[in-house]
Design a protein around this ligand. Sequence first.
Ligand code: S3P
Length: 446
Amino acid sequence: MSVVITQETNRHQNLVINRATGLSLHGRIRVPGDKSISHRALMLGAIASGETRIQGLLLGEDPRSTASCFQALGAEISELNSELVTVKGIGLGQLQEPVDVLNAGNSGTTLRLMLGILAAHPRRFFAVTGDNSLRSRPMSRVVKPLQQMGAQIWGRKDNSLAPLAIQGQTLKPIHYNSPIASAQVKSCILLAGLMTEGETTVTEPALSRDHSERMLQAFGAKLSVEPDTHSVTVTGPAQLQGQTVIVPGDISSAAFWLVAAAIVPDSELIIENVGVNPTRTGILEALSMMNADVQLENQRLVAGEPVADLRVRSSQLTSCTIAGDLIPRLIDEIPILTVAAVFAQGTTVIRDAEELRVKESDRITVMANQLQRMGANVTELPDGLEIVGGTLLTGTDVDSHTDHRIAMSLAIAALNSTGTTTINRAEAAAISYPDFVPTLEQVCRT
Ligand code: S3P
């Protein structure tokens, strides 16, 4: 077994995986901090009063984008490390007008959540942008509800694409019925509602991740949650006080190891300290439907978020159907679940997942094309994928399309493919998992 990184150009790296006979995966590992919680801790820390202390922050490129934007807005954030980061908040409504464009890089969460905060800062002007991928992703899903609140936002293609310009305003509260189950949309409106007098409510068609609700309550915001109707109301203006946030390991990063150990014979991995918030554990339910052997051990509550150690052993996977309300609870894990389905017996169908087309890449098309190159029987559906399991994969040249979750999913597929797989533009993994390759080397045994 060999794993080699080659530098192709100044910007791009290839990951070359040469699968050895007798490969199995073993060990006890930790995954980096949860990306969603890391963004929210930095943002709420910046807009709260007093000091916020963050333990276990993800050091990936996405949270770095959030930190640099909020530094430009006046928050004092200590050097980023996974032990302890301190944020000296500047108080609700007190962000400064930055002297330059704010750049959210590759991060949709940074841009969409930040828009809610900026739009509610009267008399300040902001310009925001991102990388090639982010500048092609739809922003109208947050711009439109913010405009209903009275926000002034301009951008390309009828105000739907970054770069965006924002003239902050005093907003008015709304009840927004979101057409999509999106935590980014929900969080954007709730953050705008913090600075808006009255009750701002968001109702979504299915429950999306609730990290914003949990953290806003911990910081002292007045929030009421109606689980039956998937509605959340924030009463503004809020009082936010800095807190200690302990970030659990990211279940979206753990998912790569869950699938890797499930599909590579004779493997057993323990992944410690993984966040198992019920709005994120769709991956565990899907893997259980697929006959994977995953146990939750040492379950506990850490700073308001459920956490467990996950033990996974290899097993013969079987096909399943993934659709409906389960989709928002595993939306980021669909690329790696597609890999699991390639090695399962039978035909797996993934539906109701059209949102995948507007992620860091079009994850439906990209996963289908790249796995087909390796010999998999995968068909694109308008809103998902159909995967006929059981074909043998052969290593070849594939491409991440600069999408972190595609890069890592293809690396796991390579572990069960004959010959050599070269993943082009594999450096994308550092968006959410800078230590992915060292951890891969650590767990592989031949
Ligand atoms: C996120 C929400 C999800 C997810 C993204 C992170 C968040 O996006 O795909 O990786 O932190 O709120 P949507 O809200 O657009 O579904």
